[in-house]
Design a binder for this molecule. Sequence first.
Ligand SMILES: [Zn+2]
Length: 285
Amino acid sequence: MFKAVWAEGRRSARTKPGRPSFIGLAGVAAGAVLAMGGLVSPSAAADRPTGIPILVYHRFDPAVAGSTTVTVAAFEAQLTWLAKHDYQVVPLHSAVAELNAAEPRSKAPVAVITADDGHKSVYTVLFPIIRRAHIPVTLFIYPSAISNAPYALTWAELQEMQASGLVDVESHTYWHPNFKVERRRRTTADYAAFVDNQLSRSKTVLEKKLGRSVDLLAWPYGIVDADLEAAAKRDGYGAAFAYAGGPAAAGDDQLALPRIPVSDADRGERFGVMLGTRTRARLEP
Ligand SMILES: [Zn+2]
């Protein structure tokens, strides 16, 4: 049943993000399949998936949920759901390569787990779980907070997680600015220099501290436009990620690939429908 929902969502996901007509159709289609008890043709279920859900998390807590905090019970329920429905969790770089592949590499559905902002619970709560389950994760980090802000990870923790081979550390700019605000209060030239500094300094610091190349970027608050995309390209990023929008599909803008924010309430059927449904762009809280 869920595979069918997934196939429906993925086919629809060829449409560009943010189109209201699409959102309605995908939501109705997925809901209808669920309501009807999963009556779908075998061919629909067998379609090669054309989109990849790239999940976004922020904080984890053993028991207490929050607006951007997922409990261990919810996270484990989500992992179980993925496994039960034959999803393979793959590294983000593999997903990007899959989206760009001329030919399908695999018929198996794949999903990606990312966590933004470098909260310390990524080390204390998430890391033990993914190590036990051997699941790859990408962290989007803004280096100004690391070994600095009380809520943030340390460089030693990032290095340890990276050494496990399961954790990939990528850029979330240098100090997580709101580019809309910065654009308003700076001159054009100053703003352009500020953007380049945020993008290149983050990349440089992460590469120096962690000893490997960084070429993926998550836009702070999900704010992205053509100028920001041009800067990302100029500053050496191969792909960049929005905050919301649903599963990423072949043909999507490589510098604003959609992701799926996950909350504590997203379990069971609700989680399954979300994985296959394109939505309006939404900003990070
Ligand atoms: Zn963020």
